[in-house]
Design a protein around this ligand. Structure first.
Ligand SMILES: [Cu+2]
Length: 138
């Protein structure tokens, strides 16, 4: 009789630790609100097409701020008014050719990231001379 009681106790112990073990192996991480707010929001493409004309001259962009919504398709027509310029936006792999005064080129991309991004002229030191602007996606 004693042996059976010991056996039952052993089985209960083993069973208890087996369940404990399952608990520590199996937990599925449940995202809390805190982790959700720090994760970047997924950008869902919209059907909106936002068109802008940006004029480049020595040494400024007009306009030098552009704002769109996440997922928008952005169409920028860059015109060189004076001098020799381009429009480059690294984060979206956008760059026009280097254009002489009077030339223009249109680039298009989907604003699939949120934040502020600098577009600039990559000719010579034009960027350092102030030939830059900000695209805000929010
Ligand atoms: Cu330039």
């Amino acid at each position: 009789m004693k042996k059976i009681i010991v056996l039952v106790i052993v089985i209960l112990f083993v069973g208890f630790f087996w369940f404990k073990g399952q608990d520590t192996i199996a937990p599925t991480p449940v995202p809390t609100e805190g982790t959700l707010t720090t994760a970047p929001a997924p950008v869902v493409p919209t059907t909106a097409v936002k068109e802008f004309t940006v004029i480049g001259s020595n040494f400024t962009f007009t306009p030098n701020t552009i704002e769109v919504k996440p997922g928008d398709t952005v169409k920028i027509t860059f015109q060189s008014a004076t001098g020799f310029h381009d429009l480059t936006l690294d984060e979206f792999a956008v760059a026009t050719k280097q254009l002489k005064a009077g030339e223009s080129e249109t680039v298009q991309f989907v604003a699939d990231k949120t934040g502020s991004f600098e577009y600039y002229c990559s000719v010579g030191n034009h960027r350092a001379m102030g030939m830059k602007g900000t695209l805000t996606v929010k």
